[in-house]
Write a protein that binds this ligand. Structure first.
Ligand code: SAM
Length: 368
């Protein structure tokens, strides 16, 4: 099985003899052993025994247990195992520490979670916060404390009701509609550019455009000489289309969900966070909190934030989704006292259907 994350190709393959030493290293890694649910391997010979057992059983056609090495190119970076019992698929996984936080396990679990199974479960060491956070992305509070090999573990039951629904929604929007007919298509991102000019940012400043879609803003920024742009979106289709239009020079592309970020949480801080018509899609308190926590984590002191969302008296829906509309006070409350308002205005955007859409644009500076 092959998956790709940003530009890395991840594959899951049954183990071959040549993987034995890497497998032993993985299963006896001190850091990983601390978090193994059900106890760690202390001896290389036990890991070796497991390797041969898993290797043999995985190739058996009717085997309920399958074990895969997780590879980037030919390098073993992790282990993924499935045990199928009564239409319940239990997953067991390990990933080398320097590959944590890159969205690799999220992608692999998403793949299995989309298969037609009754449900997926996973047992996790209670102190393994990285893994519990990851599984909580798939779970609606279905976790129980239980015992495995006499050790306390958390057992998660994964749900299909997860971020991927939104990913699919946006992918479909970009696949099925010509760019110029998208309800938010703006030939000239003038209102945003006006606020960016006010910041007097240097050309090499790190500009993060969240939920950028295929926005024309990116080509305008490149034309103006900005050369350190980070573009994010939940939709891979949108990012690929944008890449076709503006290329990859001076731009980093990051596919990630702002309400369940995995890759964005690990990037370097930015000088400008720009959002046009993204935040207003987040309706749940938890999603909004995650968005603002990420913003606060990534925006440097003395850096800027531009939020441009539908105003309180603006339309209630966009792209078939209900919206949470915003006032200046609502932005200010979410950002807190470390952010100072520099400028704001209301803007009537005429969308490609000719309808008016009332936005509020606001520029904030982080002062603390
Ligand atoms: C209305 S469009 C605006 C696109 C762009 N900002 C513009 O002004 O043209 C909303 C964008 O947010 C993206 N988006 C929606 N939910 C997201 C999420 N949870 N994380 C990241 N991007 C998201 C969508 O894929 C879409 O590209």
């Amino acid at each position: 099985m092959n998956l790709s994350i940003n530009n890395s190709h991840i594959s899951l393959c049954f183990y071959k003899e040549e993987n034995l030493n890497d497998f032993i290293d993985l299963f006896t890694d001190e850091e990983l052993c601390k978090y193994m649910a059900g106890g760690a391997f202390e001896l290389e010979k036990d890991a070796e025994k497991l390797f041969y057992y898993l290797q043999n059983i995985s190739f058996l056609e009717n085997s309920k247990r399958k074990a895969y090495g997780v590879f980037i190119e030919k390098k073993l970076i992790g282990h993924f195992e499935t045990v199928l019992e009564n239409n319940e698929l239990e997953i067991i996984y390990l990933l080398k520490k320097n590959f944590w936080g890159k969205g690799i396990m999220f992608k692999i679990i998403s793949y299995f979670n989309e298969q037609n199974l009754e449900y997926i479960t996973a047992r996790v060491h209670p102190n393994n916060t990285n893994s519990t956070k990851l599984l909580e992305k798939f779970t609606i509070a279905k976790k129980t404390l239980t015992y495995f090999n006499e050790q306390k573990v958390l057992k998660y039951k994964l749900s299909k009701k997860m971020a991927n629904n939104f990913e699919e929604h946006w992918n479909k929007a970009y696949l099925n509609t010509e760019q110029k007919k998208l309800g938010w298509y703006e030939e000239n991102a003038a209102p945003t550019l006006k606020l960016i000019e006010k910041t007097n940012l240097e050309k090499h400043s790190r500009i993060l455009n969240v939920g950028a879609g295929t926005s024309k803003l990116i080509s305008s920024l490149l034309e103006k000489g900005y050369n350190n742009i980070i573009v994010n979106d939940i939709s891979k289709i949108a990012l690929n289309k944008l890449k076709e239009q503006v290329g990859e020079i001076n731009i980093e592309y990051i596919q990630d969900d702002l309400t369940k970020p995995t890759i964005l949480t690990n990037i370097n801080k930015v000088d400008l966070w720009n959002d046009r018509a993204v935040l207003h899609f987040f309706k749940e308190k938890e999603a909004i909190e995650t968005y603002f926590n990420l913003l606060k984590k990534l925006v440097k002191v003395n850096a800027y934030v531009i939020l441009s969302e539908f105003a309180l008296d603006g339309a209630a829906k966009c792209c078939g989704l209900d919206l949470k509309r915003y006032s200046l006070e609502m932005f200010t409350e979410q950002l807190g006292e470390n952010f100072e308002i520099k400028e704001h205005f209301y803007y009537n955007f005429r969308n490609p259907n000719g309808d008016l859409r009332k936005y509020i644009y606001a520029l904030f500076k982080r002062i603390n």
